[in-house]
Design a protein around this ligand. Structure first.
Ligand code: ZN
Length: 203
C-alpha cells in the first residue's frame, strides 16, 4: 500500500511557510515503512533538529480505481481518519532550495502517524470535518475540511489521474496552520470532533 500526501491545501498554512499558492495540488508519496507502528513512540531522527507536526485528515481507499471522476469519488472510501505527516523541516527547506525531492524529509521511518478510523457514516458532510491537535494538552492546530483548497473528492479525482488507487491506500489531505517543532517528551493527541484518534509520545 502507499500513502499519498497532499501539500499546501490550506491557505493559512501556505502563508505561514511563505509558499506560493499552487495551481494544482502538491503531491508526494510516503512508503508503507513510514507508518509509525501502533503504540510506539516517535523517535526524532538524528539527521534533523527541526521535526514539525502536521495534523491531517486521512481517507482510506476501499476500491481499486484509476481516472476517478469527482462525482463518483465518494464510492472509493468509507472510512475517515486522522494522522500526522511528520516533516524534517530543516532538511525539507534545504531540499526545496535546491529543487530536490522531499522524500528524505517526509518519508523516513515513523514519519506517518495513522490514527484510528471512523466510518464515513459518522459524518453528515466530509467537507465539514473539524479536527485538532493537542501538544502537551494545548491545542496547537485546528482545522476544518471546509477550508481545503481541494476537497476530498477533488483530491481523489486528481491523484487517480497519476496513480492507480488500491484498497488500503491512504490519502493525507494536507495540514492547516499551526505546524511546529516537536521535542523529546512531547505528547501529541489528535481529535476529530470529540473523538481522540491517536496519542503518541515523542522521544
Ligand atoms: Zn503535510
Amino acid at each position: 500500500m502507499k500513502l499519498i500526501c497532499i501539500g499546501r491545501n490550506y491557505t493559512e498554512h501556505i502563508e505561514e511557510l511563505e509558499n506560493e499558492k499552487p495551481k494544482d495540488p502538491v503531491v508526494f508519496l510516503k512508503p508503507d515503512t513510514a507508518i509509525l507502528l501502533k503504540k510506539q513512540p516517535f523517535f526524532i531522527p538524528d539527521f534533523s533538529d527541526e521535526v514539525h507536526h502536521e495534523v491531517e485528515v486521512l481517507v482510506k481507499i476501499n476500491r481499486v480505481g484509476k481516472h476517478i471522476d469527482k462525482k463518483f469519488a465518494h464510492k472509493y472510501y468509507n472510512e475517515i481518519g486522522l494522522g500526522i505527516d511528520f516533516t524534517a523541516r530543516d532538511l525539507q527547506s534545504q531540499l526545496k532550495a535546491k529543487g530536490l525531492p522531499w522524500e528524505k524529509a517526509k518519508a523516513f521511518d515513523g514519519a506517518a502517524v495513522v490514527g484510528n478510523w471512523l466510518p464515513k457514516t459518522e459524518f453528515e458532510n466530509v467537507d465539514e470535518i473539524e479536527f485538532s491537535l493537542k501538544k502537551n494538552e494545548t491545542v496547537v492546530q485546528k482545522g476544518n475540511t471546509s477550508h481545503m483548497l481541494w476537497k476530498i473528492d477533488e483530491l481523489i479525482e486528481y491523484v487517480s489521474k497519476y496513480f492507480t488507487l488500491k484498497i488500503g491506500d491512504i490519502i493525507f489531505t494536507g495540514t492547516p496552520a499551526g505546524v511546529g517543532k516537536v521535542v523529546a517528551n512531547d505528547t501529541l493527541k489528535g481529535y476529530i470532533g470529540n473523538h481522540q484518534l491517536f496519542s503518541i509520545t515523542v522521544k
